[in-house]
Design a protein around this ligand. Sequence first.
Ligand SMILES: [Zn+2]
Length: 112
Amino acid sequence: MHEATITSALVKTLLAEATRHGVTHVKRVTVKIGMLKAVEPQALSFCFNMFAEGTIAENAELVIEHLPPIARCRGCQVQFKVPKFKFRCPDCDDTNLEIIQGEELFIDSFEI
Ligand SMILES: [Zn+2]
């Protein structure tokens, strides 16, 4: 499962960060996920609980914030929110785009 691999890595990062700061219990974790990652939030929460069990992040609430895809046209440099995955410049109709947001997946913050 796609989400299991992602969550396993997320929990590892979280635990490493928490340990580094001397944290003994994590209450809430906020992750930011680009919508192009096509991650299923329910599956992610399920996997998170599974990997967090028995760790300092056990029972922590997982908050998922979705980052909408944003692209920049290489032709006219216009920057725009990609509507429903239509990868085409709204100004010049070019398809030569640079994705500047939408593919990330990281822990934004956590609360103790
Ligand atoms: Zn353009």
